[in-house]
Design a protein around this ligand. Structure first.
Ligand SMILES: [Zn+2]
Length: 489
């Protein structure tokens, strides 16, 4: 690749454009799990998303301005998007566009884009997101008083055009005009809120790099609470005014965000962003999502009472997943294994079962012939990406790592990894190298056994002296049910 790039650079310098013919950007980012997600040929640095939303009809009108840099000489490029588009401008000039496949918006600029050039793409669009289905589903959650965009790995297509892959992170401004009385919730800081002639504009800013699936939008009638953590971080939470019997339990959980993020900081290092919080819209789904700085929770997660465990899980993702993001979806263990492990640490803190007891219970409660062990947390495949094994076996793998390297090295790894790759992307291979460097121990066989072998490990996740396979099954840890009733997928 280096040699080829050097050769074409020489051609560019010595011969006019015809010698280095611009080519189309790839229609995917090269992810083996989701070949069409994301695109090639450019790198986005910023999204400016300006919307108008009418809750009564679910009609969304938008203009998104994308700042990007071409990474090759580009004759055309794709965005990922699903709403009807009326106009595309590239550097101020009208561009031709068409759609392809499920979510490709194919843009042909009036003139090719030179490699390394910075470009501005404006896309105008309007539609009813809840009426748009892709791959047989919609990630736009219609509510009685509005709508919500939250989903993994897909959610952007229903509200802004993007390079929809976590390997291309960017900063965001999201500004939404809604009728007075409706609130618009998104990521980061609320930088302004102005009402005029019956409409209110909410402007949000996320000034740290953010993956597209971690951008979120909620439109509806919310009660917004604000405060600061003990460490001084701004907190903003939002609750649908229509949570009914779940309202108290939702608030009793999410209002503890400040306390829990400060507690997590002790293990994971300084919180990476300049705001934190969550929102609970009146949706009927059953998952939570670690939207950056503003976690999405379904009311159903609080139907059995308050649940701080799910809050800990989603907040742990702010380090493991949001600040340090996947470069490819197959490395999902880097997100879910550690977010689940944070729940285990919280269980231990609350005296409801230690991480070791929880890991032992995972091992003992799934016999060797349980299909649970056929899922490889280190490469589960797209259909099992959010399988329970990615979480429970994934967290048991973290415990096995802890036992292997000892607590001192383990907690240096846990805190050091988010610092090493802050605001960036990283792979499971890089994690293995990092953990080996910090611990001074070879970890290949251990991680292969726990993450990449479709079978129950011969030994449990505890110290070698524990003969778990032969021991009577340990009692269910007290936190077990609460951890699992909040499973986010
Ligand atoms: Zn998670």
């Amino acid at each position: 690749m280096l040699a080829a790039a050097a050769a074409s650079a020489v051609l560019l310098l010595t011969t006019p454009a015809s010698a280095a013919a611009p080519t189309p950007g790839a229609a995917g980012a090269g992810d083996t799990y989701y070949p069409t997600y994301g695109n090639g040929g450019y790198d986005v640095t910023h999204y400016d998303i300006r919307l108008k939303y009418q809750p009564a009809t679910d009609r969304l009108e938008g203009t998104t301005t994308i700042l990007a840099t071409a990474t090759q000489d580009l004759s055309r490029f794709d965005l990922d998007f699903a709403l009807p588009v009326s106009e595309v401008l590239v550097d101020g000039h009208r561009a031709a566009f068409t759609t392809s496949g499920e979510q490709e918006l194919v843009v042909t600029p009036a003139a090719p884009l030179a490699k390394g050039s910075r470009t501005t793409v404006v896309v105008r669009y309007a539609g009813v997101p809840s009426s748009v289905s892709r791959y047989g589903f919609t990630a736009w959650l219609r509510t009685p008083d509005g709508g919500v965009a939250a989903g993994e790995p897909e959610s952007a297509w229903w509200w802004f055009p993007s390079n929809d892959h976590p390997s291309d992170k960017a900063t965001f401004d999201v500004s939404v005009l809604v009728p007075d009385g409706t609130q618009a919730i998104s990521n980061g800081l609320l930088v302004s809120q102005r009402s005029q002639l019956g409409w209110t504009r909410y402007s949000w800013r996320q000034d740290r790099p953010q993956a597209t699936y971690l951008a979120t939008l909620a439109l509806g009638r919310f009660d917004i609470t604000t405060g600061t953590t003990a460490s001084g971080l701004p907190v903003l939470n939002a609750y649908s005014r229509d949570l009914g019997a779940n309202d108290g339990a939702a608030r009793a959980s999410v209002e503890r965000t400040g306390e829990l993020v400060d507690w997590l900081s002790g293990y994971l290092g300084p919180y990476p962003f300049d705001s934190v919080g969550g929102y609970v819209p009146n949706v009927t789904t059953h998952f939570a999502l670690e939207a950056q700085t503003r976690v999405f929770y379904s009311p159903a997660q609080f139907a059995a009472g308050s649940n701080t465990s799910v809050v800990v899980h989603e907040l742990a993702h702010q380090w493991y997943g949001d600040s340090v993001s996947l470069d490819r979806w197959s490395d999902i263990w880097l997100n879910e294994g550690f977010a689940r492990y944070a729940q285990w640490m919280w269980s231990e803190h609350e005296n409801e079962g230690t991480a070791q007891e929880l890991a032992d219970y995972v091992y003992a409660s799934h016999p060797a012939d349980d299909p649970f062990w056929t899922v490889k947390p280190g490469d589960p495949g797209p259909d099992a990406q959010f399988d329970i094994a990615v979480y429970d076996r994934g967290a048991a793998a973290v415990q096995a790592l802890r036992v292997a390297v000892g607590d001192d090295a383990f907690f240096r790894i846990l805190k050091g990894w988010p610092a090493e790759h802050r605001y960036g992307n990283a792979t499971l291979d890089q994690f293995r190298s990092f953990a080996e460097r910090i611990s001074g121990k070879p970890l290949g066989p251990l991680l292969d056994t726990w993450l990449f072998t479709p079978a129950r490990p011969a030994a449990g996740p505890g110290p070698a002296t524990t003969a778990l396979a032969a021991a009577p099954a340990p009692a269910e840890p007290r936190s077990w049910q609460k951890i699992h009733e909040a499973d986010h997928r």
